[in-house]
Design a protein around this ligand. Sequence first.
Ligand SMILES: [Zn+2]
Length: 433
Amino acid sequence: MKLRKLILVFLLLSLLPVPGEGVSASAGEDTAVRVGLFLPGAGTGVSSLELSSPKGFLFPFTGETSLILSPDQDGGLTVKAKNGRLLLRHGGDKPLSLGGKDGCVTLPLGGKECRIPGVLSVSVREGKLRVICTLELETYTKCVMGCEIGTSASVEVRRAFSLLVRTVALHGRKHQSEGADVCATTCCQVFLGNDKRDKENDAIVDSTKGQYVTYKGEPITCLYHHSNGGATCSSAAAWGGTVLPYLVSVSLAESEEFPSKVWEKTFTQEELARRFPALEGRLLSLTVSGRDPYGSDYVTLLTAADGQGNTLQVKTSEKIRSTLSLPTGNFSFAYRLTAPAVTAQGTVEEQALLGYIDSEGKYVPFSSFAEHPLTSGGTAGADTLVFYGKGAGHGVGFSSQGAEQLAAKGVKYPDLIAFYFPGTEIANLLNGF
Ligand SMILES: [Zn+2]
């Protein structure tokens, strides 16, 4: 960021009302984004914070290269030098603005020291420090690219991705009550300042400068994931509610070259029962009762029963995913059991098999992606249940792996976006917001 712009943002920031009272991003080329680095309301507030800036801080800490911030009892905050010398007691009526002379402030984020290219606004909420960084949208986009897609994806997929990163920030509604457009975690998009910034990604972001994705003129609810097993999950299947017209299920037959991630996770019946505490450890059966009605295989209704007439239903693929701590909501399950079976040599031996024993005591082999009811009482040797799944992430919206498959066939970034977000358009901030 150029110093002139930084000072502009700094001055602008000092004129802004207290975050949380209806601040919005400014329009035009220098659109600002407010990134909640530490948000007490989102559970990420901190009790103290050490900041550094090797070339010194901007006014009023021009002689300092290191500051320690902590909340006061009265809603204000205290700033000390590293040696404990008191530098400032700041009242709680408005946030304290902090910037580095070189345009960056270094602070711990995501378990490492990160250089943050923006101006910080620090206040106290719920006894914790709330820290919001204001920086230019283009700079923010360059920072997030390294954290969310890395450098190995093709140029065309990264071009598409740069629009998604901007769109998430411009849509930013999750943390408005805390005065931020986005937070710095996977809840919105991972932001670690310049930590994973890369020259090639910077050039890719420059090549799409100002572009973002809209539906009926507004920034879309922009979601992306790694892979989904062949069809994206609709927003309604993932979280309930009405399906957003541009977040329907979109199918793309997978190629061997760009496969979805596949995973498996094994539970003992006791482990599984603990996931449904309302059944008090008496889980008897588990059934997939519904999948995405809008076209994907994501499970939207899972029924657990305890054999005493009590049943429990978990709705939406994301709720099911979190209940069972699964990588995705796109799965099937089967028993893993030991049973006599015919080997390739024609002999009969005890073998580890996947399948289940039916009500007549006959072994039924597991067939890919078909589910079988868990009936613990009647299944000899079945001590574990294996979940098999495809994809990574919630499966909604843009698939980076699917986009890679399309890009390999020559599809350009506007068409990648049109494929995964049907009915949307690409707008440009340079033409007004
Ligand atoms: Zn968030």
